[in-house]
Write a protein that binds this ligand. Sequence first.
Ligand code: COA
Length: 257
Amino acid sequence: MSVSTKIEGRVARITLDNPDKRNAFDDSIIASLTKAFKSAGNDDAVRVVVLQAAGKHFSAGADLNWMRAMGKLDPQQNRDDALRLAGLMQAIDQCPKPVIARVQGAAFGGALGLICAADMAVAAENARFCLSEVKLGIVPAVISPYVVRAMGARQANRYFMTAEVIPADRALSLGIAQEVVPESELDTTVDALVDALLSAAPRAQIEARDLIARVSHGPIDQAMLDHTANLIARLRTGDEGQEGLGAFLEKRKPGWI
Ligand code: COA
């Protein structure tokens, strides 16, 4: 099995499990991963999703045999195929549950898209990242919105064009990973983030993510002020906001814990 999902408590752990091929993904793995994210997202019992990988490496990105075979397909088939990879990135980015990527070893090409589409990433000190596409005569196309969002356009210029290997400490400063720890501490670090996520209100978390996307672009004009004011007005009067505010003031745990 190349992708498996295990639900433990309120956490869905989606595992890339094809270490012999360095967890490289082809069309069938893309379909399985997309399905796994959609079902975890729709599962009311799940509060947090962890994307992880079996073996020494997180993932070698797109399966290069599959990429080369695309040369035999017509332009429409190629576009449809690429859109399915874009659909996977979007399923992670828009997952209605917070997503943590747990990264060890190499994370090359499309793997960086998976990581940057997640809400946050924890990397082992041995992790290394590379946008190797230009060395293969292609570009990191469908993953670019997520990678550029994470590292910014100027840094992306460098790493998209040089395909340099990015060590874990550099990935931390670039915003690809939010924590870098010894590999033996990956699980406890991920678990601490899971605990923090579980302590917060589920709908507010997704509203917070949408808010960040909205305020990251465009002028701070009246429309933006209206958007932020409307949001807080709606959330503080909503069920979850009233429960969270009440729980704090009444010195009790909110209902979502
Ligand atoms: N697609 C298909 N197969 C891949 C692959 C990929 N992206 N990456 C690795 N493999 C295969 C290798 O061909 C090899 O297969 P084999 O055992 O049949 O010979 C096997 O996985 C092991 O690869 P190897 O390079 O020996 O592993 P490694 O542990 O020394 O190095 C990587 C791991 C990820 C650093 C290295 O495999 C690599 O650079 N891969 C290419 C990554 C890349 O550029 N991806 C961009 C995709 S757009």
